[in-house]
Ligand binder design. Sequence first.
Ligand SMILES: Nc1nc2c(ncn2[C@@H]2O[C@H](COP(=O)(O)OP(=O)(O)OP(=O)(O)O)[C@@H](O)[C@H]2O)c(=O)[nH]1
Ligand SMILES: [Mg+2]
Length: 207
Amino acid sequence: MKIISTEFITGAVSAKQYPKGTLPEFAFVGRSNVGKSSLIKSLLNRKKLIRISSSPGKTREINFFSINEAMMFADLPGYGFARVTPALQKKWKKMIEEYLTQREPLTAIIFIVDIRRKPTELDLTLKEWLEELDRKYILVITKADKLSSSERGKQTKIIKAAFMGKNALDFTVYSSKDHIGRKELWGQLQKWAREDKHQVTENNVDL
Ligand SMILES: Nc1nc2c(ncn2[C@@H]2O[C@H](COP(=O)(O)OP(=O)(O)OP(=O)(O)O)[C@@H](O)[C@H]2O)c(=O)[nH]1
Ligand SMILES: [Mg+2]
């Protein structure tokens, strides 16, 4: 994918603040600190991006980015961040729930998990929930650079067995540090954006 333009559209804390949805949209969802914002930066090939901070626990709103005016990315706050107050955790949970239940132009969730971790309760709950809501998702197993290739293979098997449910469209093993999997994931995003019959875009997702 040739990135011609990346535009920060808006930050939203509730559905009425969401931008008008006229583009196929992908939402980046996962535990706090798993690497959602880094994944967006890696995909867009930007070291810095407005509203994407380099310190963890910092995504506090849903940030919308338009890519080539052809697709939209939504960067969500993480769930399960231990170091924020229960009240704030509750607020974030509500924000994520509202987005997942109400956002119409959502083509697929980019469901991100850490390659080093065993499937956690919270992640499994999210997967079940996406299935209940009938939301499609692409599993991204990130931080692959943290493991040797043999460990990578072992962990990938375990994670896939836990998360590749009926609503999983695809999966990619990724590293935002080394950009492993970047081309593959772009191919998947373009494919699913193209196949999203709800969204009509005159702009080209196939650059
Ligand atoms: N080595 C390595 N580090 C990564 C990778 N992806 C993210 N990180 C690091 O993990 C930390 C968290 O990354 P973020 O992208 O801020 O995580 P996030 O999921 O957006 O976090 P919240 O917005 O707080 O939920 C940062 O220190 C990143 O540099 C990766 O693929 N490899
Ligand atoms: Mg973030």
